[in-house]
Design a protein around this ligand. Structure first.
Ligand code: SAH
Length: 215
């Protein structure tokens, strides 16, 4: 799986602007037992570089995309991270090895409950899960050094930008549901100024419960 990720980084190096991902991100990918996060019927494909169904119409993301999005956050050991779209908890587990604390929100109670039990059983201690609409973020623990959204949004949710620390990064697929989206890197600088860069075409399941862009 790691070789497949390295190969795909090479294929996409012009878009992502680098030849290799942070070795710490690759080590976290190597350390995370993806077979624990996929349904039993897909065990034989657990280490393929592709998405897989996890029930309820949702998917566990492709390993290359998990690694790339994690890399884009440029995490430090004492960072606090917010994740929207826990799903299987796989991305959550990868993040938890690279920062101090991960707060993660899942819309569907059945997936949220299963991910919480799974992450506890596997011994990840610095993750807090909750069921809810991630569009609103999780203001109680804000601001965040990094925010990652693993479902496709039609626009960048204002609450998430507000909950990002100065010098923080937000990674989010933006575009039309059930179509290809652009993986956007949103940076907030020291003065709170926002810049947005489209990095790569991606295909995510839609973000549910979006609110009006301009309220
Ligand atoms: N990172 C996950 C990806 C799961 S797919 C993994 O690799 O397993 C995206 C997830 O986002 C789905 O589980 C979906 O239910 C969830 N989701 C969609 N809209 C959401 C919202 N508004 N708030 C929180 N989670 C949401």
């Amino acid at each position: 799986m790691l070789k497949d990720i390295e190969r795909e980084v090479q294929y996409t190096r012009k878009m992502i602007g680098k030849d290799a991902l942070d070795p710490r991100v690759m080590a976290a990918m190597a350390n995370t037992p993806r077979h624990e996060f996929v349904p039993k019927s897909f065990l034989n494909a657990a280490f393929n570089n592709g998405p897989l169904p996890i029930g309820h119409g949702q998917t566990i993301s492709q390993p290359y995309i998990v690694a790339l999005m994690t890399d884009m956050l440029e995490l430090e050991a004492d960072d606090i991270v917010l994740e929207i779209g826990t799903g299987s908890g796989y991305q959550t587990a990868v993040l938890s090895q690279l920062c101090k604390q991960v707060y993660t929100i899942e819309y569907l109670p059945a997936l949220a409950d299963a991910a919480k039990v799974r992450l506890q059983r596997l011994g990840y201690a610095n993750i807090e899960c909750r069921t809810g609409n991630g569009y609103d973020g999780w203001p109680e623990h804000a601001p965040y050094d990094g925010i990652i959204v693993t479902a496709a949004a039609s626009h960048i949710p204002r609450p998430l930008v507000e909950q990002l620390k100065p010098s923080g990064h937000l990674v989010i697929p933006v575009g039309r549901a059930h179509m290809y989206q652009e993986l956007a890197l949103v940076n907030k600088d020291e003065d709170g100024e926002i810049s947005v860069k489209d990095v790569l075409g991606v295909a995510f399941v839609p973000l549910q419960g979006e609110r009006d862009e301009y309220v």
